[in-house]
Design a binder for this molecule. Structure first.
Ligand SMILES: *Cc1c(COP(=O)(O)O)cnc(C)c1O
Ligand SMILES: [Zn+2]
Length: 387
């Protein structure tokens, strides 16, 4: 058992491991899982990794699930970090990579977070899970819940892409469509969860999705021979990936796997829903709700994120930033990425390309920088947006 305790990201309050937790009961903010990293590094050595399973479970000593029978797997993580020379040449970058998360089970990187959350729910004896989701999180929850034999109760906006809704129905989830946004779906889960006995696996409202998402940081380091990139562009909704990767960088440094250098972290959002961009530009520590949120990039349609203060801190400490991209730019960028590199990106992932062009124009990214952009999902799930 390498988990020592859980810790509130805001007030530092400590919580016992191996108990069911949602938010900090003192201040209402997200909890982070803490490990005895000395012990992790004694049992998991960098050199042992190449022979391990090609899933995120290759880092299992740095993950919270204890018993092997609870480590659910459908093929999550260890995704390709693809060098993209044609796209790089078009931008004037020699070392541009796409971390292609579209190849995860259920077609997006949500598989990482929900794989971990459902595995832990199973380990802790939870029977019924509930989630508000505007897209890929729902499908991932449904799939892993089916694997675990647990109930999945899913609340999605009525205009969620058909692929997301149908995959949930086909993997045995209970799906409710809501006339509203993901925040309205979240309110519905909150209103009913007590009476229904549901465990709420909303973004950052339980501590383990971050642990799944942090494996992107471990993988990047391993795939780049333990030299972190100079810049990372990450399409940001709730922010689990951003927060998770930063946590991974801290953990790896504490274990002596990587140094103190950190990539510049850039959050990419949709112009129609850019609460983090607005807060970053205004120098705010928190990001108030973004009114009338709209974008075809359903994963970015998160008007209010509970981990806002953590994200803004990371963006500033890494000397990165936040940029907003229009839906039309995303669609054009998906076509360019697809035609140049053969990767059919989700609009969320495609949003990184116009943002990167702007950063290069401003001099924030240099021609010889090692740059990673995240394609967070499969384009094939967004046929309405692309046809
Ligand atoms: C959920 C989602 C995002 C945003 O991820 P967060 O970790 O919540 O910031 C980006 N892209 C896709 C395809 C998503 O499904
Ligand atoms: Zn707290």
């Amino acid at each position: 058992m390498n988990v020592t305790h859980l810790e509130c990201a805001k007030c530092g309050a400590g919580y016992e491991a191996n108990r069911i937790h949602n938010l900090c009961t003192a201040c209402g903010k997200p909890l982070l899982v803490r490990y005895d990293l000395k012990r992790v590094s004694e049992t998991l050595r960098r050199e042992d990794l190449p022979g391990r399973t090609p899933t995120l479970w290759r880092y299992r000593e740095a993950l919270p699930v204890e018993r092997p029978e609870n480590m659910l797997s459908l093929g999550e993580g260890w995704t390709p970090l693809t060098h993209t020379p044609s796209l790089g040449a078009a931008l004037g970058l020699s070392r541009l990579f796409i971390k292609d998360e579209s190849v995860n089970a259920t077609g997006s990187f949500k598989a990482r977070g929900l794989c971990m959350a459902v595995s832990m729910a199973k380990e802790l004896g939870v029977r019924k899970l509930a989630i508000p989701s505007a897209g890929n999180a729902a499908g991932a929850l449904a799939a892993y819940a089916a694997r675990a034999g647990l109930e999945a109760h899913i609340f999605m906006p009525r205009d969620t892409p058909a692929a997301n809704r149908i995959e949930c129905e086909m993997t045995g989830a209970y799906v409710t469509l809501i006339d509203g946004l993901i925040t309205d779906c979240g309110a519905e889960v909150a209103r009913r969860k007590q009476a229904e006995g549901w465990f709420d696996v909303s973004t950052l409202k339980e501590p383990y999705r971050i642990e799944g998402k942090k494996t992107m940081g471990y993988e990047l380091a391993e795939q780049l021979q333990w030299q972190l990139p100079d810049a990372i562009l990450y399409p940001t909704g709730g922010g689990t990936g951003l927060i998770g990767m930063w946590k991974a960088f801290d953990e790896m440094q504490a274990m002596g796997w990587t140094g103190s250098a950190r990539p510049k972290m850039f959050s990419i959002q949709a112009a129609g829903c850019a609460p983090i961009v607005r807060a970053f530009e205004n120098g705010w520590d928190e990001a108030p709700e973004f009114e009338n949120a709209h974008t075809v990039a359903s994963g970015l349609r998160v008007p209010r994120a509970i981990g806002d203060f953590i994200m803004l801190d990371i963006l500033r400490r890494s000397r990165g930033g936040a940029l907003a991209v229009s839906d039309a730019e995303m669609i054009a960028a998906a076509r360019e990425i697809g035609a140049r590199e053969g990767i059919f990106a989700a609009p969320e992932g495609a949003a990184c390309l116009p943002a990167l062009r702007r950063l290069i124009g401003e001099g924030a990214v240099k021609p010889d920088d090692r740059v990673v952009i995240f394609n967070t999902g499969a384009g094939a799930k967004y046929l309405e947006a692309y046809s």
